[in-house]
Design a protein around this ligand. Structure first.
Ligand SMILES: *[C@@H]1O[C@H](CO)[C@@H](O)[C@H](O)[C@H]1NC(C)=O
Ligand SMILES: *[C@@H]1O[C@H](CO)[C@@H](O)[C@H](O)[C@H]1NC(C)=O
Ligand SMILES: *[C@@H]1O[C@H](CO)[C@@H](O)[C@H](O)[C@H]1NC(C)=O
Ligand SMILES: *[C@@H]1O[C@H](CO)[C@@H](O)[C@H](O)[C@H]1NC(C)=O
Ligand SMILES: *[C@@H]1O[C@H](CO)[C@@H](O)[C@H](O)[C@H]1NC(C)=O
Ligand SMILES: *[C@@H]1O[C@H](CO)[C@@H](O)[C@H](O)[C@H]1NC(C)=O
Ligand SMILES: *[C@@H]1O[C@H](CO)[C@@H](O)[C@H](O)[C@H]1NC(C)=O
Ligand SMILES: *[C@@H]1O[C@H](CO)[C@@H](O)[C@H](O)[C@H]1NC(C)=O
Length: 796
C-alpha cells in the first residue's frame, strides 16, 4: 500500500518544496528594465515615474497607505506586484482593472480592513494574509479566479462557511491566518469541496487553541499548523480538529510549528497520529510545559516514516528522564530526529528496533548514550553531531552491536585522544565516520573502524599521521583540513585513497613523491598551507602543475608562498627559481668547471701565445705613453738633432742594420749611429756624449755581446746619466738575446739595476709578435718633435 502512494507522495513533496522555493525566490530583486526594486525606501506613495515597461514592481517594506488606479494603470505589462509590509487600510481590487497580466499580488502584512471586489482573473498568487480583516476577505468574484494557485487570507473571526466561494478552486497552497476568536456555527458542515494541496493555518500566537471546525480537504498533501497553544483543557479540541483534516488518504506531510503543550497532550497527539496516513511529521519549536507524567503507551502499526522534532524547550525540570526517553526510544518508525534540545540521554530500545536513521544533533548527550545497546540492529545512520561526547573509545564501544551502522557522525563534540586505545571496538560495518571539529590528536589513527571509506577528521589537533598504524585498506576519502599536519601523507597505509582534503594545515615542504605513492588519487585539496618557497618546493610545484585541474581543484589560487618574506603572497605557480641555484652538485660542478676552463685557457695562452711577454709589452707601452705626455715639449726640443741614438755591440750590427734601422727610419726618425754620424777628430767618448746629448732617446741593444763591449758600457753610463739629469726616461733597452743574470759583471751596477727593473723590451723570436714590438718602440717616439738640424716638423 505504501508503495502505491510513493508517486503521489513525491508530487506533494514537490508542491511543498515549490511553495517554499516561491517564497524564497521572490525575495530576490534585481533591478532591470522590467524590474523595479524599491523595497525599504521610506516611500509614502507609489512612485510616479515608473517605466511603463515594468513587469515586476517591489515596493514592499515602505510606508505606503494608499493604492490608486492612476498609480499602476499605465503599467499594462505588470506581472508581479509586491506591496507587503506597508500601511494600506483599504483596497479596491478595481485598481488592477488595466493590469491584465497581473499574476502575483502580495498585500500581506498591511492594515487592510476592507476590500472591494473585482475579478482579476489573471491572478495566480494572491496574498492577503496578516492584515486586519475582521472576517475572511472572500468575495464571490474569487470563485472566478480559476488560475489561482496560492491564496493567503487572514481574519480575526473565522467561520468555515466563509470559504464556500473558493471551495471549487484547485489551489496549491492555502494560507489562513486566523485571529483569536472563533465563531461557532450551528451547522457543523463538512467542507469536502475545499481543494488544496497545501494548507497552512496560522493561529493566534497568544491564545489557546479553540478552533472547532470540521474541515476536510480533498487532495491535501501538506498540512502546516502554526502557533498551537495547548493545555490539558483543549488537547481534545485540537485532536478532534486534526481528525477532520487528517481524514483524507493523501496527507503525507504534517508540520506543527511553534507548539506549546503539556507532555501528556503531546503523547496523545502521537497516539492519535500514529494510525493516520501521515508519513512525515515535523514539529518545530516545541515547548513542553507542566509535568512529565508516565504515559503507558504501545505504538500501533503505522505508516509514519519520520518524526522530526527541532528546537525543543522544556519548562519542566524535575521529572523522570526515563519516562520521556522511553516514548521516543520505543517508536516503531524508521527515522527519528530530535535536535537542538536539552536532552541529555536516549534509552536503548527494549526490543529490536525499526530505526534506520537517528539524528540527535545539537543535544547534550554524553558518552553513556546507547551503552552496550544491541537492539538498534537496523540502524544505518546515527548522527550525534554537537553533543557532549568526550571519549572516542566509548563511542567505538557504543557501535559494537549496531550491526547495520554505516554512517556515524560525531562531529562537533569534545572527543579528545587521551583515552585512545588500540582495542577500540568499532563495528566493522561503518563506512562513513565523521570525527570533525573535535580535539583529537595523532593517536586517533589507532582507533578507527577498519573498513571505513570516508573519514572526516577536519578541524582537530592532528600533527602527524603515524606510519605504523593499522592499514585502512578501504579508505577512499580523507579530510584532515584545519589540523597541524606538517606533510602530505603517503598512501602506504591508505591504499585506496582517492580524495584527500588537507588544506589549512602547517605544510611547508610537502613530499614530492605524493602522486607516485597515491596512484588512485582523483581529488586533492591542499591549499592554504604555509608553503616555503625554496628549492625543495620546485618538484612539488611541477607535480601540481602537471596534474589536471579536476584533481587538484583549488590549484593555483589557494597555493601561496608563506616564506621567505620576499615571496610572501606569491602564487606557487608563479614561483620560479633557477635550477642552478637549487642543485648544490650542479653549482659546485659549474664553479669547478669554470675555474678549470679559465685556468686552462690562461695556461694555454701563456704557453702558446707567451701571454706574460704581451702583458709586459703592453705595460711598457702604456707607461711610455703616459711619460711622453708629461714631458714639456720645449724642453725636449732645445737642441736635439736626432730622435734616437743606438748603442749596440758590433756583433749585433746585422740585426740593427736589417731590422731596427729600417723600421725606425720607415717612421721618419733621425737616428744617430756611431759608425755613420761620428765626427772624426773627436775622441770616441766625446762623440758618444755628443750623440747622446743630441738625441731624444737612447736605444741600447742588449745581448751577451753587449756586456762584453766596454764601449757599450760607457754609452750606457752616459745615457743613464743623462736620464737622471734630464729628468726624463730617455732610455730604451732592447733585449735582443737573453742575458743570464750572473753573466753581467759585478761592476755594471747600472745595467744590473736596469735589468732587475725589467724595463726592457724583449725581441721576440716569433714573427707574429714583431708587430707589437715595433708598436712599443714607436710609442716611445710618439711625440711632436722639431729637430734643430732639419727644421722640418716630424709628425709621429
Ligand atoms: C528611512 O528612514 C529611516 C529613519 O527615518 C532612515 O534611517 C533610513 O535611512 C531611511 N531609508 C532610506 C532608504 O531613505
Ligand atoms: C464568474 O463565474 C460565474 C459562475 O461561477 C459566472 O456566472 C460569471 O459570469 C463569471 N464572471 C466572470 C466575470 O467571469
Ligand atoms: C466531521 O464530518 C464528518 C463527515 O465528513 C463526520 O463523519 C464527522 O463526525 C464530523 N466530525 C465532527 C466532530 O462533527
Ligand atoms: C513537509 O513540509 C514542510 C513544510 O512545508 C517542509 O519543510 C518539508 O520539507 C516537507 N517534507 C518533509 C519530508 O518533511
Ligand atoms: C502490525 O504489523 C505486523 C507486521 O508488520 C503484524 O504482524 C501485526 O499483526 C500488525 N498489528 C496490527 C495491530 O495490525
Ligand atoms: C540532523 O538534524 C540537523 C538539525 O535538524 C540538521 O541540520 C541536519 O541536516 C540533520 N542531518 C541529516 C543527515 O539529516
Ligand atoms: C554484542 O555483540 C557481541 C558480538 O559482537 C556479542 O558477543 C554480544 O553478546 C552482544 N551483546 C549483546 C548485549 O547482545
Ligand atoms: C562532517 O560534519 C561536518 C559538520 O559537522 C560537515 O560539514 C561535513 O561535511 C561532514 N563530513 C562528511 C564527510 O559528511
Amino acid at each position: 500500500m505504501t508503495q502505491d502512494r510513493e508517486p503521489v507522495f513525491r508530487i506533494f513533496l514537490l508542491v511543498c518544496l515549490m511553495a517554499l522555493i516561491v517564497g524564497t525566490i521572490t525575495q530576490i530583486c534585481e533591478e532591470s528594465e522590467f524590474q523595479v526594486c524599491m523595497s525599504k525606501n521610506n516611500l509614502t506613495h507609489v512612485p510616479k515615474n515608473l517605466p511603463p515597461t515594468t513587469k515586476s514592481l517591489d515596493i514592499s517594506q515602505n510606508h505606503i497607505s494608499e493604492l490608486q488606479i492612476s498609480d499602476i494603470s499605465f503599467l499594462s505589462g505588470l506581472n508581479i506586484l509586491k506591496l507587503s509590509y506597508n500601511r494600506i487600510q483599504r483596497l479596491d481590487l478595481r485598481v488592477f482593472k488595466f493590469n491584465q497580466d497581473l499574476e502575483h499580488l502580495d498585500l500581506s502584512h498591511n492594515q487592510l480592513q476592507k476590500m472591494s471586489c473585482y475579478p482579476v482573473v489573471s491572478l495566480k498568487h494572491l496574498d492577503l494574509s496578516f492584515n486586519d480583516f475582521d472576517v475572511l476577505p472572500i468575495c464571490m468574484e474569487f470563485g472566478n479566479l480559476t488560475q489561482l494557485s496560492f491564496l493567503g487570507l487572514s481574519a480575526v473571526k473565522f467561520q468555515q462557511l466563509d470559504l464556500l466561494p473558493i471551495a471549487h478552486l484547485n489551489l496549491n497552497y492555502l494560507l489562513l491566518v486566523l485571529g483569536d476568536s472563533y465563531v461557532e456555527e450551528n451547522v457543523r458542515e463538512n467542507l469536502q469541496i475545499l481543494t488544496t494541496e497545501t494548507l497552512h493555518l496560522v493561529f493566534h500566537p497568544n491564545s489557546f487553541f479553540s478552533v472547532q471546525a470540521n474541515i476536510s480537504i480533498n487532495t491535501l498533501g501538506c498540512l502546516q499548523l502554526s502557533n498551537i497553544k495547548l493545555n490539558d483543557g483543549n488537547c481534545q479540541v485540537f485532536v478532534e480538529f486534526l481528525l477532520g483534516l487528517t481524514r483524507g488518504p493523501t496527507l503525507l506531510n504534517l508540520t506543527l510549528n511553534h507548539m506549546e503543550t503539556p507532555w501528556t497532550c503531546l503523547v496523545r497527539i502521537f497516539k492519535y497520529l500514529w494510525p493516520r496516513p501521515v508519513e512525515y511529521l515535523n514539529i518545530y519549536h516545541l515547548t513542553i510545559d507542566e509535568k512529565v507524567e508516565d504515559v503507558q503507551f504501545i505504538y500501533p502499526n503505522t505508516t509514519l516514516k519520520s518524526l522530526k522534532l527541532e528546537h525543543i524547550t522544556k519548562r519542566v525540570f524535575l521529572f523522570s528522564q526515563t519516562v520521556l526517553y522511553r516514548v521516543f526510544s520505543e517508536m516503531n518508525i524508521m527515522m527519528l530526529t530530535i535536535s537542538d534540545s536539552p536532552l541529555v540521554h536516549m534509552l536503548c530500545p527494549n526490543a529490536p528496533s525499526t530505526f534506520t536513521f537517528l539524528n540527535f544533533s545539537q543535544n547534550v548527550f554524553t558518552d553513556s548514550v546507547f551503552d552496550s545497546c544491541s537492539t538498534l540492529v537496523k540502524l544505518q545512520t546515527l548522527i550525534l553531531q554537537k553533543n557532549s561526547l568526550k571519549n572516542l573509545f566509548k563511542v567505538s564501544l557504543m557501535t559494537k552491536n549496531m550491526t547495520s551502522l554505516e554512517i556515524l557522525d560525531v562531529s562537533w563534540n569534545s572527543l579528545g585522544s587521551d583515552a585512545h586505545r588500540e582495542d577500540c571496538t568499532w563495528i566493522k560495518s561503518i563506512v562513513v565516520l565523521n570525527l570533525s571539529s573535535n580535539t583529537l590528536t595523532d593517536s586517533v589513527f589507532r582507533c578507527l573502524p577498519p573498513k571505513v571509506k570516508v573519514l572526516d577528521l577536519h578541524n582537530n589537533r592532528i600533527t602527524n599521521i603515524p606510519k605504523d598504524v593499522t592499514a585502512l585498506e578501504s579508505l577512499q576519502e580523507l579530510n584532515v583540513a584545519f589540523n597541524s599536519l606538517a606533510d602530505l601523507p603517503g598512501c602506504g597505509t591508505f591504499r585506496s585513497l582517492s580524495a584527500l582534503i588537507i588544506d589549512h594545515n602547517s605544510i611547508s615542504h610537502p613530499t614530492t613523491d605524493f602522486f607516485q605513492s597515491c596512484q588512485e588519487m582523483r581529488s586533492v585539496k591542499a591549499g592554504n598551507n604555509p608553503f616555503q618557497c625554496t628549492c625543495e618546493l620546485r618538484e612539488f610545484i611541477k607535480n601540481m602543475d602537471q596534474v589536471s585541474r579536476e584533481v587538484v581543484w583549488d590549484w593555483p589560487d589557494s597555493y601561496k608562498c608563506h616564506y621567505p618574506e620576499s615571496h610572501k603572497g606569491i602564487l606557487l605557480k608563479d614561483f620560479h627559481v633557477s635550477p642552478l641555484s637549487c642543485n648544490k652538485t650542479l653549482l659546485i660542478i659549474t664553479i669547478v668547471t669554470t675555474v678549470l676552463v679559465l685556468a686552462a685557457s690562461v695556461t694555454f695562452l701563456c704557453c702558446y701565445f707567451d701571454l706574460p711577454w704581451y702583458v709586459r709589452m703592453m705595460c711598457q707601452w702604456t707607461q711610455t705613453r703616459r711619460r711622453a705626455r708629461n714631458v714639456p715639449l720645449e724642453e725636449l726640443q732645445r737642441n736635439l738633432q736626432f730622435h734616437a741614438f743606438i748603442s749596440y755591440s758590433g756583433h749585433d750590427s746585422a740585426w740593427v742594420k736589417n731590422e731596427l734601422l729600417p723600421n725606425l727610419e720607415k717612421e721618419n726618425l733621425q737616428i744617430c749611429l756611431h759608425e755613420r754620424n761620428f765626427i772624426p777628430g773627436k775622441s770616441i767618448v766625446e762623440n758618444i756624449i755628443t750623440c747622446i746629448e743630441k738625441s731624444y732617446k737612447s736605444i741600447f741593444v742588449l745581448s751577451p755581446n753587449f756586456i762584453q763591449s766596454e764601449w757599450c758600457h760607457y754609452e750606457l753610463y752616459f745615457a743613464h746619466h743623462k736620464l737622471f739629469h734630464g729628468g726624463s726616461d730617455n732610455l730604451i733597452l732592447i733585449l735582443l738575446k737573453p742575458i743570464p743574470e750572473n753573466n753581467i759583471p759585478r761592476n755594471y751596477h747600472k745595467l744590473r739595476a736596469l735589468m732587475a727593473q725589467r724595463t726592457y723590451l724583449e725581441w721576440p723570436t716569433e714573427k707574429s709578435k714583431h708587430g707589437l714590438f715595433w708598436a712599443n718602440i714607436r710609442a716611445a717616439f710618439n711625440i711632436k718633435l722639431t729637430l734643430v738640424t732639419d727644421n722640418d716638423e716630424v709628425k709621429l
